[in-house]
Ligand binder design. Structure first.
Ligand code: G
Ligand code: G
Ligand code: MN
Ligand code: NA
Length: 250
């Protein structure tokens, strides 16, 4: 477990970055965008995954510093590295600081010149349990300002289905734990088919995440998923490598 001092110093030394994982459209196998995933290039311990530091940012009051960095990385990636039309997804928690920060997204992004329609804001389903009226209004404002909104890890949390109606999500990401089961379980396939139908009927793009093999890929395609994200296409890669991968797979 890292101390506040360690994380603060690492932020100051700019040791955090993002890796990118492609999102591939099922209908034509085109890359539609990438998800940005936080990574720590530790000087002695090597690459550290967000499970070991993301929650600590919140606990230590360092979240805003990371989010400022994240927005800089995301907007510069969009304008310098990605072809026109491709989007980049970022993850936000539902902590107080992170919600305050997100309410400033529209002004912040406008000043960078990046089109807000190229940014997808992913919120994990479980974070929405205690969403207040103000939170719902904040998401509505983000959507009105052009941002795409994604409900992440859907099916793993306990948010009520009414959240799906109250918040104008444009994308629904089905949790890996369901996707993993579809090859071997008819129940999981039925569940996935139902979730696809819920997402579709609410006008959302449905993403299967955590697809690792060709057989699962065929199944989630046949069940009507719009987009796939998973090791079957690529692991999350450093920015430059992701860009190379993208041009090679054209
Ligand atoms: O990157 P990995 O592949 O290990 O991601 C693990 C988890 O960390 C995912 O659930 C993802 O949503 C979360 N995560 C990754 N990057 C960020 C980030 O920048 N902010 C927040 N809040 N969560 C992130
Ligand atoms: O934000 P979210 O929890 O959706 O973050 C995606 C997480 O899923 C990251 O930790 C990423 O490394 C991981 N991931 C992406 N594709 C796969 C996959 O095909 N298999 C597994 N096991 N994990 C994956
Ligand atoms: Mn995510
Ligand atoms: Na997820």
């Amino acid at each position: 477990r890292f101390t506040k001092g360690e994380l603060r110093d690492a932020l100051a030394r700019d040791e955090f970055t993002i890796y990118l994982q492609p999102k591939v459209r099922c209908s034509d196998d085109c890359i539609v965008g990438f998800e940005a995933l936080a990574r720590w290039n530790h000087p002695t311990k090597g690459l550290i995954l967000p499970g070991e530091f993301i929650d600590l940012f919140e606990e230590y009051g360092l979240e805003t510093i990371w989010m400022e960095k994240l927005v800089r990385l995301v907007t510069s990636c969009i304008s310098d590295k990605l072809p026109e039309g491709m989007h980049l997804s970022l993850n936000m928690s539902m902590s107080r600081h992170s919600r305050e920060f997100a309410s400033r997204f529209p002004t912040m992004i406008r000043s960078t010149g990046t089109a807000s329609s190229r940014i997808v804001i992913e919120v994990i389903e479980n974070g929405l349990n205690d969403a207040t009226t103000e939170d719902i209004e904040m998401f509505a404002r983000l959507r009105l300002n052009g941002f795409e909104l994604s409900i992440d890890d859907f099916g793993s949390g306990y948010s009520s289905l009414s959240r799906l109606v109250q918040i104008p999500f444009t994308e629904l990401k089905i949790d890996r734990s369901f996707v993993r089961e579809v090859r071997d379980s008819a129940e999981a396939r039925n569940m996935l088919r139902s979730v696809v139908s819920i997402g579709r009927s609410l006008g959302m793009a449905v993403i299967a995440e955590g697809v690792e093999d060709a057989e699962t890929l065929e199944i989630v395609k046949s069940l009507g998923c719009d987009i796939v994200q998973g090791f079957v296409y690529s692991r999350p890669l450093p920015i430059e490598q992701a860009v190379c991968w993208m041009f090679q797979s054209e």
